[in-house]
Design a protein around this ligand. Sequence first.
Ligand SMILES: Cc1cc2nc3c(=O)[nH]c(=O)nc-3n(C[C@H](O)[C@H](O)[C@H](O)COP(=O)(O)OP(=O)(O)OC[C@H]3O[C@@H](n4cnc5c(N)ncnc54)[C@H](O)[C@@H]3O)c2cc1C
Ligand code: FES
Length: 297
Amino acid sequence: MDRHSHLNYSTNARATNVMLPDLARLVRVIPMVEDNFMFLFRFEDPALNDKFLYKPGQFAEITVIGTGEAPISISSTPTRKGVLEMCIRRMGRVTNALYNLPENSLVGIRGPYGNGYPVEEMKGHDVLIIAGGLGMAPLRSLLNFILDNRSQFGRVVLMYGTKSPDDVLFRDEMESLMRRTDLECLLTVEQAYQYPGAHPWRGKIGMVTELFQHVKDLNVQNTYAAVCGPPIFYKFVLDKLLKLNFSKDHILMSLERRMECGVGKCGHCAIGYKYTCIDGPIFSYWDIVNMPELIEF
Ligand SMILES: Cc1cc2nc3c(=O)[nH]c(=O)nc-3n(C[C@H](O)[C@H](O)[C@H](O)COP(=O)(O)OP(=O)(O)OC[C@H]3O[C@@H](n4cnc5c(N)ncnc54)[C@H](O)[C@@H]3O)c2cc1C
Ligand code: FES
């Protein structure tokens, strides 16, 4: 028996069993920051590269053959087909195994899962994207989706904060985003360390919430705020957004929870009456008000 036979080769079988992964090739690994690399995958079945339709904010389950699977946000945008990009931190069993895979290895991918950002509803509105640290990974999908459909959105602002210049994800992309005239791109670091070989820093220094003072005349009634970052980051950013009077259902957060099946069957991700794998991972502040257990500060 072929050692990949538990992975699915046919889109028909996939249609009848959502838990079956499809074979994909790890085509490239790009180091980003320490213990956080970008992995590029392409489905073995060329038709699937077009048929794998996803929304910004959705995730997929990645199988490292013989080790297990982990849910990972899709960092690429559905507007640029052909390759799935995922920015992955080395954490435990599956992600360590992924880091040890040579390029050209086969993995399994099933998905896309989760609700994703309500991009159709967001069209016609201004969008404020607020990312902290690795939170830029899922938000990059939303940002590039908006930039690829630029005329359908209003004002777009990106605020991105990390601990130090060494922690900035997608550094080269940030440089070109800062040159765009149809995007306000504000970057900040908590500390710009000086040591031989340190990344030079010409951006701002301070917490991400301090960037609000540089964004004038936000039309909060017409703006969606998409927020993703470490737990402590939500506390301060949400506080700021609420003080600015953002509508609770226009504040959208990407929340990670322990997941197993990813499709609402196993109950591992249940919080109250919500399954975070299918009702999330994108939640509005309105959801949090009704279910405070959704967020851990
Ligand atoms: C919807 C969703 C999207 C995600 N997107 C990404 C992504 O884009 N990039 C990325 O690097 N990771 C992402 N993750 C997190 C990733 O799935 C976990 O880190 C996963 O556990 C890694 O698998 P592992 O086998 O390597 O680690 P494990 O061996 O499973 O765990 C390693 C350590 O991490 C802890 N842990 C695992 N999952 C979580 C969690 N959800 N919250 C808090 N602690 C946890 C475990 O308790 C353990 O201490 C996402 C998770 C979810 C639910
Ligand atoms: S992960 Fe199984 S129900 Fe959500």
